[in-house]
Design a binder for this molecule. Structure first.
Ligand SMILES: [Fe+2]
Ligand SMILES: [Fe+2]
Length: 297
């Protein structure tokens, strides 16, 4: 691979280092409701990674030892990101639906079992449909892994960019510390997917054509379908809704547009505008009377 050292990544992979995080300070600073709701969204998506992996390992992606080695470590790292957000929200006093579980220092892992079970059950038939669609796409499209790697690059770049924006937005010192640690993993995840996408798109015109078509017609922001549309839109509006978010979206499109066949891409910009439009239309529904009610959505 051109610019990603897989050997180095595999040797260094570990759960995010949270040594020295001032958990005792979390409740000393306010966590705005919008911030908590966005973090809960990200927590849910991070925790859901293993389900995406299930779908992918049923495809021809499983035949590539580089890809499977990366995915093995990637899913482990994402699990701990989910747990880090879970603990942060717990320390901040957010119980979250459906059971309002308290998460604290000695809370047994995995935390929020009821919530994660509830989310996975709710995805239900939609989840199976998307699993079958993934299988069908993989069977029909010989360069499916190129699409998968590009899709992964988009999602990791969205996450990475979102966490940067949250760092700039928040005044909570522990959250800044936490996100700064998690972001290092996200940067490596993006680098792997991007390097794979670049290599696979460069060598096949069909891969470029199908990948571009699929992203423009089928892609939706990470977490869409796992959580209700209103939660995805809320998180995008909260994190990307301002000027800094507009600029960051445009930069994302430039970065993605550097991949072979994706020149002139406007995926992030369009997704941001679509979410903002829906939030404006549904404004009363977006206003959550209490944090718990919002997370029960
Ligand atoms: Fe993550
Ligand atoms: Fe990631």
């Amino acid at each position: 691979m051109d610019d990603f050292d897989l050997d180095k990544y595999l040797r260094a992979s570990k759960k995010v280092d949270l040594a020295g995080v001032r958990w005792d300070q979390v409740s000393q600073h306010p966590v705005a409701e919008g911030e908590a709701r966005s973090l809960a969204y990200m927590m849910d998506i991070e925790s859901h990674t293993v389900i995406f992996l299930r779908d992918l390992l049923a495809t021809r992606a499983a035949f590539d030892p580089d890809v499977t080695a990366f995915l093995s470590c990637w899913v482990y790292e994402e699990l701990w990101h989910g747990e880090a957000f879970s603990r942060f929200l717990g320390e901040a006093g957010y119980g979250l639906g459906p059971d309002g579980e308290r998460v604290w220092s000695e809370a047994p892992y995995p935390s929020r079992r009821a919530r994660n079970t509830w989310i996975r059950r709710k995805v239900g038939a939609k989840g199976y449909a998307s699993h079958v669609a993934t299988l069908a796409a993989a069977a029909l499209f010989k360069d499916f892994v190129a699409l998968h790697m590009t899709w992964g690059a988009v999602n990791e770049l969205s996450t990475l960019t979102g966490y940067h924006l949250l760092i700039d937005k928040t005044e909570h010192p522990v959250l800044i510390d936490l996100l700064s640690r998690i972001i290092k993993d996200e940067r490596r995840h993006f680098a792997f997917y991007r390097a794979q996408a670049r290599m696979r798109l460069a060598r096949s015109q069909e891969a470029r054509r199908v990948t571009r078509w699929a992203l423009e017609h089928l892609w939706a922001p990470v977490g869409t379908g796992v959580r209700p549309q209103a939660e995805t839109d809320f998180a995008i509006a909260y994190i990307f809704g301002d000027e800094a978010g507009a600029k960051a979206s445009a930069e994302m499109d430039v970065t993605l547009g550097e991949l072979p066949g994706l020149k002139g891409f406007s995926l992030a910009r369009d997704a941001r505008l679509d979410a903002l439009r829906r939030v404006r239309v549904a404004r009363p529904a977006m206003r959550a009377p209490t944090p718990l009610a919002a997370f029960r959505a």
